[in-house]
Design a protein around this ligand. Structure first.
Ligand code: ZN
Length: 140
């Protein structure tokens, strides 16, 4: 099921911040949980205190092996310059409502397209399998 109210998509900064129950650096370091959440990242394994795998809610880019002095926004921009969230150039709190709505619409569109692609691939596999079964019965 695509739409599920109980599922967290890390679309909003507050949700992303919640994923950093533990983080490898303290809040005084440049690479802190607030800067990461503001730069679009959520922690991939919230329950794993030693993991520093983070992913962008929008483009899906995963980064790890962070340094305490890393600027999450700059790291995001250098590893995924085409990310729509990054091209806006500001954290969620500084976006205009229109920009935030457009970002959400684009995010939904991307999720739906991905789901449709996966469904089409599943149907193609099923179709190929059914044809192979029919062929094997017809041409014994
Ligand atoms: Zn991104």
């Amino acid at each position: 099921m695509l739409i599920n109210n109980s599922q967290c998509y890390y679309l909003f900064e507050e949700e992303r911040l919640d994923s950093f129950k533990t983080w490898v650096f303290d809040d005084k370091q440049a690479c802190n949980k607030f800067a990461l959440a503001a730069a679009g990242f959520y922690k991939c394994k919230p329950g794993d205190a030693k993991s520093d795998d983070c992913a962008c809610f929008f483009c899906g880019k995963t980064l790890s092996d962070w340094d305490p002095v890393d600027d999450p926004f700059k790291e995001h921009a250098s590893h995924s310059p085409q990310c729509k969230f990054i091209t806006l150039g500001r954290p969620q709190s500084e976006l205009k409502m229109k920009e935030l709505v457009q970002l959400c619409q684009l995010w939904c569109e991307n999720k739906l397209n991905k789901a449709m692609e996966m469904e089409n691939e599943r149907r193609q596999r099923l179709f190929t399998q059914m044809n192979a079964n029919i062929d094997s019965k017809l041409y014994k």
